[in-house]
Design a protein around this ligand. Structure first.
Ligand code: NAD
Length: 300
């Protein structure tokens, strides 16, 4: 039977709709407008596109959007001052520093200077610790989006065997923590894993977050398993015309879809969920800051 295609684009639109509804209620009932500040250092073209998209979707959800675009040569002290001011600004509930930062800036130091309760990317060491110990935290957006899609598709994940391929701090590790929190039996595979095929074949849930185009073939997938493809890889696509490119994930879509019970496509799967979860985290942070009930279903 053909796999169910998990439509991340439609699901993200639904999440953004929930966020917008909650924002409208916050404004109407409490006179509060959630605010998100995005800090971009330098002129990396991909980062500029992301920041523009984040700002646009923040405004569309009815929230306040602030962008700080700093010169590539900005000193660490100046960047930390911008973050300190945002930490102290009561109209800002979420702060995101777009990564990667230019080489002369210490990424860990910068991220850990964000007030943890405003750290809507969930990368601050306090949030990492809170997530790891099963306490209320800000959860990294991409793994949160994956978890939402898995819960939506399966209901309970309890007792399922999950394999996360990739152990990065922004995707692999928090994804594994979230799956553990939902009572999966979790294996984290990585570049040194022996017999990756064998590990993946045991999984009811496979989350691929590697950054290697189409590296997971269909014959690694247990029949009926759910495949969440986090990878975003750009390949040349001469078949589309000269100089054209296409996006592919970390799994080989056609062969994996033939074996899987459900699968996320690339593009249109995990990608759109990431910004939707950023908006969700901003509303959550705003509610927590004001001692109000958090929106249902938008946190881990
Ligand atoms: P990363 O480079 O930080 O981590 C990659 C991980 O893959 C590492 O832990 C490494 O051990 C593992 N790995 C490398 N080669 C491997 C191999 N041969 N076998 C098994 N594991 C291997 O990458 P990341 O930041 O976690 O991102 C992973 C992918 O997800 C990238 O394609 C990235 O573009 C994409 N991504 C997508 C979103 C989104 O919004 N959809 C967000 C973040 C990252």
């Amino acid at each position: 039977m053909a796999a169910t295609v998990i439509d991340g684009k439609a699901f993200a639109a639904q999440v953004r709709g929930q966020v917008a509804e909650h924002v409208a209620r916050l404004k109407q009932d409490h006179g509060i407008t959630p605010g998100l500040a995005v800090v971009l250092v330098g002129e990396d073209p991909a980062s500029q596109v992301y920041v523009r998209s984040k700002g646009k979707q923040t405004v569309e959800a009815g929230m306040k959007s602030v962008e700080h675009k700093l010169d590539a040569e900005t000193s660490e002290a100046d960047l930390l001052k911008v973050i300190e001011d945002l930490n102290n600004d009561p109209s800002i509930h979420g702060i995101l520093v777009q990564l990667p930062l230019p080489k002369h800036l210490d990424e860990d130091l910068v991220i850990n200077s964000i007030a943890p309760e405003k750290d809507v990317d969930g990368f601050h060491i306090s949030n990492v610790g809170l997530l790891g110990t099963g306490q209320k935290s800000m959860v990294p957006c991409t793994p949160l989006g994956c978890l939402m899609m898995l819960r939506d598709h399966h209901g309970s994940l309890s007792g399922m065997d999950a394999v996360v391929i990739g152990r990065s701090n922004i995707v692999g590790k928090p994804m594994a923590q979230l799956l553990l929190g939902d009572s999966c039996t979790v294996t984290i595979a990585h570049s040194r894993t022996k017999d990756l095929a064998d590990v993946v074949r045991r999984a009811d849930i496979v989350v691929a977050a590697v950054g290697r185009p189409e590296m997971v073939p269909g014959d690694w997938i247990k029949p009926g398993a759910t495949v969440i493809d986090v990878g975003i890889n750009r390949l040349d696509a001469p078949e589309k015309g000269e100089g054209k490119t296409k996006l592919v994930g970390d799994v080989h879509y056609e062969s994996c879809a033939a074996a899987a019970g459900a699968i996320t496509p690339v593009p249109g799967g995990v990608g759109p969920m990431t910004i939707a979860c950023l908006l969700a985290n901003t509303v959550t942070a705003c509610c927590r800051a004001n001692g109000l009930a958090e929106p249902e279903g938008l946190t881990a």
